[in-house]
Design a binder for this molecule. Structure first.
Ligand SMILES: NC(=O)c1ccc[n+]([C@@H]2O[C@H](COP(=O)([O-])OP(=O)(O)OC[C@H]3O[C@@H](n4cnc5c(N)ncnc54)[C@H](O)[C@@H]3O)[C@@H](O)[C@H]2O)c1
Length: 269
């Protein structure tokens, strides 16, 4: 363990605990999460870098509530902050300006999930709980910030993981294109389940034949009769979030708006 380096984790929920697990054998760790009794901001600001894992819930108008992110960035003073919370495109740059942040700041989309089903990580599918088994890590921001983040990440991740760098807006979009794609795929297969039923065909049989073609990935192609459509903590929130953020910039995503509306119908079945 490199006891000379200390990472601060702000927000110790699902993602914060996974980050802790990722770094615990490599660096010293400090935690800040007042609701859980971790209240020492000085401890965080004595760290070499901070990983920000606070919630970004959906507001009543479907937009992304950034209040926890803003509150955190108003006091974190470590030389580098890596934002792991899912935030709309442009947020990292906007907040850097708003809070006059001169230290290094970047965004890194998180790929753990709350899946309780087996996931073949060896097929480049991120492990649902263990970041040490992730085959890639993405960092978006100024090159100085992404390079610094990779210096820390590579010590915990080792040589087999890929370390990708881009600008912060593209990295922020990556999380949304992933979750909006999953939402769309689930909506599509649920629609085809009903199409197959309309013709008296069995969707499970149809699905296996469809998946003989290697161009179609198997993930998110099952339809659960007792659980139609998509639900859970991230997919609906993030699909609503990207639609709301894009609308606020003057373009209304047509397909994703329909996906959200059709999903409401599936959820009510
Ligand atoms: N859960 C996932 O699978 C997953 C995957 C990828 C990305 N994300 C994103 O990561 C972020 C965190 O998600 P999560 O599932 O870990 O949430 P969570 O609700 O499990 O944990 C959030 C933690 O942050 C704490 N917190 C709230 N406000 C705070 C503040 N101002 N300062 C410090 N701590 C604060 C809460 O007490 C809580 O313990 C969200 O933006 C989410 O969209 C989650």
């Amino acid at each position: 363990m490199n006891k000379n380096t200390k990472v601060g984790i702000v927000g110790y929920g699902y993602v914060g605990k996974a980050i802790h697990n990722f770094f615990k054998n490599t660096f010293d760790v400090a935690i800040y999460d007042p609701a859980l009794g971790f209240t020492n901001k000085d401890d965080i600001n004595a760290c070499d870098f901070t990983v920000l894992c606070v919630p970004t819930p959906m507001s009543a108008d479907s937009s992304v509530d950034l209040s926890c992110i803003e509150e955190s960035l108003s006091w974190i003073k470590t030389p580098l902050t890596v934002i792991k919370s899912t935030i709309p495109p442009g947020t990292t740059e906007n907040l850097r300006t708003k809070y006059s942040i001169n230290s290094l700041l970047c965004f890194s989309p998180e790929y753990i999930g709350e899946g309780n089903y087996p996931v073949p990580y060896w097929e480049n599918i991120p492990h649902p709980t263990d970041m040490t088994q992730h085959s890639f890590h993405i960092f978006g921001g100024d090159v100085a910030a992404t390079k610094k983040a990779i210096e820390y990440w590579k010590q915990a991740a080792g040589p087999f993981a890929k370390f990708m760098q881009t600008d912060s807006t593209t990295a922020e979009l990556v999380k949304y294109i992933e979750n909006a794609w999953i939402a769309t795929k689930i909506t599509f297969v649920n629609e085809f389940y009903d199409i197959a039923s309309t013709f008296g065909a069995d969707y499970n049989e149809l699905r296996e034949l469809w998946l003989m073609d290697g161009r179609i990935g198997r993930s998110h192609t099952l339809v659960y009769e007792n659980k139609r459509g998509f639900n859970g903590k991230c997919i609906p929130k993030d699909t609503n979030g990207i639609v709301a953020a894009t609308k606020a910039k003057g373009y209304t995503p047509k397909l994703l708006t329909q996906v959200l509306s059709i999903n409401e119908d599936f959820l009510s079945l």
